[in-house]
Write a protein that binds this ligand. Sequence first.
Ligand SMILES: [Zn+2]
Length: 455
Amino acid sequence: MHQVVLLLIVSMSLFAVNAFAQSIDQVRVAPSADKTRIVFDLSAEPTYTYFTIFDNAPYRLVIDFHNTTNKVDLAAVDVRSDVVRVVRPSGPPRPGTSRVVIELSGAITPEIFALGPAGSAGHRLVVDIAGATNVTEAAPTRTAPTVPAPDSTPRVPRTLDSVPIRPLVVVIDAGHGGRDPGSIGPAGTQEKAVTLAVARKLAARINADPGMRAVLTRTGDQSVSLAQRTSIGRRERADFFVSLHADAFTSSQPRGASVWVLSQRRSDTELGRALENKERLSEELIDVEHILQDADDDPYLNRAMLDMFRDNSMADGYEAAQIILAELGKVTRLHRNRPEGASFGVLSALRTPSVLVELGFISNPHKERLLINNQHQDRLANALYMGIREFFIRNPVAGTSLAELRLQTHVVARGESLSVIAQRYGVSVDAIVQHNNLRSTTIRVGQRLEIPLGR
Ligand SMILES: [Zn+2]
């Protein structure tokens, strides 16, 4: 069972419940000498599904509470366990679902069960994680927290349980290359050149951020197979995979950028079908199952695993795509303002959150000119960078420096300017503007701003 992701679906109720029929009212974490028990106090019998991610750190148990609102500030839940590291919310896979992520110290199979009302307790979902916590030793350090001096020494990379803080790894895949030029615009621009130019700019932007590291699937005009592209993602233990394209469409009409995530359902739009067919014909495309059979010789297990990886990375990919689209929308016209689904080979063989970005359709003469414009490429790369970064601020990966960022809400008071607020929190004006999607530096009294501390 190495590198296995388990997906277990537990439906406690066969009947449809009203939207938001349940709520999470309290979360309690109780470590002991043999296990850590997490109890979710709920307003009604839980309807939930869960899965684990054990193929790479951080090891995670993900629980989706369906038709449920979460009333608990999970950041405030007291976790002092040696086997449970973090209990945090994550982007819901669909409206009405509350997703809770529990980060574990290892690949520990959880025991999960529901309890009905008993005594003063109501409906509960109980999660047991096996493993000892030295409770007596943990207590004193909590009672005397060390407060750093106002002007303490500069931040040094901290460690979590002696795991060094690492940068987030973003694999950037410049579509096509070498003997595969991709689509060709009316003026002769080759898609492979556009994707490489933007990929390089995005890599430079990411590498300038100490919290992130970029890996390119190609750095020049080389042919790279689909298998090579996805294996680079796996080898580098990518936290995110973004594939860049600027495809043609049969009519010159569509010209906006779009972001695609892997969809389990076949794509239902005309455009999706056209793009899928094109990728399918492309010589770089090979069957996903071949990749998996290379890796392991149990095709049935692999098949099941692949479906589970898809489920998991898709939900993350969708959220990432939404955020990236919002950023792209500031610098270029969008084809559609929500992510689109299609089953592209380059995405379906990956386990990491992954998106395919159409930077614009090269078949449109106006877009073709923009796509080779240096400034426009800069803007696209910057929007992609901001979107990816924002995704990881909202969905922190334990052990990475971006996860160390803390958000704080600030309500603008009379007489305050952005620079005053930025100075007060020790962050840059840019960081506040970017994080809050501000279109200008003008702010108004009473406005709520999220301050990304640590940037
Ligand atoms: Zn393409």
